[in-house]
Ligand binder design. Structure first.
Ligand SMILES: *[C@@H]1O[C@H](CO)[C@@H](O)[C@H](O)[C@H]1NC(C)=O
Ligand SMILES: *[C@@H]1O[C@H](CO)[C@@H](O)[C@H](O)[C@H]1NC(C)=O
Length: 255
C-alpha cells in the first residue's frame, strides 16, 4: 500500500510539469478500459466489472461482466468477453441481438462498432435510442476494415491493424459515410470527445491530439504530442477533461 501511495505521489509530481495537470482518479482495481462522454465516466476492470464515476468513487454499473463499456449521446453500451453487445436500461445491461462486436462507440446518436474480423458497422440514431429488450438491431455495414473506431460531432475516426488512421463523416440518421480518408500518423487507439477533440495513443504509449480541426477541415491538419512521462494504453476526453489509462492499469484525470 505504501509503495502504491509513493508511486501515485510520484506520478502526480511527474505529470504536473506538462500542459495538462493530472491526478489519479479514485482508487480502483486495475482498470482495463475507460470511456468518458456526455458528462459520464465509465470503466471496466481486469475482472470484467463495469463501473461509473459518482462523487469521488467508482460505483458498480449493472451486473453483467463486460470487457468494454462506452457512453455518449446514444446511451451506455457494452461488450462482453464473447463479443455480445449490451445496452444499459432500467439499471442493468440487457443483451441485444444482431451482431457480435469487439468494440462499440456510443458517439453522436449513432452507435458504431467493429467485429473481430475488423468489419465496420453502424446503428442509426433512431434504432440506437429505441432498442428495447428482445429487440434485434439492424446494423448497417460500412466499407473498410478497422480495429477501433470512435465518433464525434464532426465525424468518425478509426485505426486499422496496420496502425493507419482514417477519418470519415457518418450521418447519424442513416449511417451513410462521406468516404474514408487516411490521415498522417500511426496509432493503435483513437477517441473523439463530445466536443470534437480527437486523441490517439500510439504503439509506444505516446498520446497525440489532432490539430487544426474545424467544420471546414473536419479531418484536421496535424498531430501534437502530449507528453506524460508514463506509458499510456488508452485515452478518452470529455468536457475539458482528459482521462488516461496507464499501462499499469491506473486511471489519470487531467485538466
Ligand atoms: C443520409 O442522411 C443525410 C443527412 O444526415 C442526407 O443528407 C443523405 O441524403 C442521407 N442519405 C441517404 C442514402 O438516405
Ligand atoms: C510513437 O511515438 C513515438 C514518440 O513520438 C515515436 O518515436 C514512435 O515512432 C511512435 N510510434 C508509432 C508506431 O507511431
Amino acid at each position: 500500500m505504501k509503495a502504491l501511495a509513493t508511486f501515485l505521489v510520484l506520478l502526480n509530481y511527474f505529470t504536473r510539469c506538462h500542459g495538462w495537470i493530472c491526478t489519479t482518479a479514485p482508487e480502483h482495481v486495475a482498470a482495463a478500459q475507460v470511456d468518458a462522454g456526455n458528462g459520464m465516466v465509465v470503466m471496466t476492470d481486469k475482472n470484467s466489472n463495469a463501473f461509473f464515476l459518482s462523487d469521488s468513487s467508482w460505483s458498480k454499473l449493472g451486473s453483467v461482466p463486460l470487457k468494454h463499456v462506452t457512453v455518449g449521446y446514444a446511451g451506455v453500451w457494452g461488450v462482453d468477453l464473447n463479443n455480445n453487445v449490451y445496452k444499459f436500461a432500467a439499471g442493468d445491461f440487457f443483451p441485444t441481438r444482431g451482431l457480435e462486436l469487439m468494440q462499440v462507440d456510443a458517439g453522436e446518436g449513432q452507435v458504431v462498432g467493429v467485429t473481430s474480423q475488423n468489419s465496420i458497422h453502424c446503428l442509426k440514431a433512431s434504432s440506437a435510442s429505441s432498442i428495447e429488450e428482445e429487440g434485434v438491431l439492424n446494423w448497417n455495414t460500412i466499407t473498410g476494415a478497422l480495429m477501433y473506431m470512435s465518433c464525434g460531432p464532426l465525424g468518425c475516426w478509426g485505426v486499422n491493424s496496420g496502425q493507419n488512421i482514417y477519418f470519415t463523416k457518418v450521418s447519424p440518421d442513416n449511417c451513410s459515410i462521406s468516404g474514408w480518408r487516411q490521415t498522417d500518423g500511426a496509432a493503435v487507439k483513437v477517441e473523439v470527445g463530445t466536443d470534437g477533440r480527437v486523441f490517439v495513443v500510439n504503439q509506444s504509449g505516446n498520446v497525440y491530439e489532432r490539430t487544426g480541426i474545424s467544420k471546414a477541415v473536419p479531418q484536421g491538419t496535424g498531430w501534437s504530442q502530449i507528453t506524460f512521462c508514463v506509458s499510456i494504453k488508452h485515452v478518452t476526453y470529455d468536457l475539458g477533461r482528459l482521462w488516461l489509462l496507464t499501462n499499469t492499469g491506473v486511471i489519470l484525470n487531467c485538466i
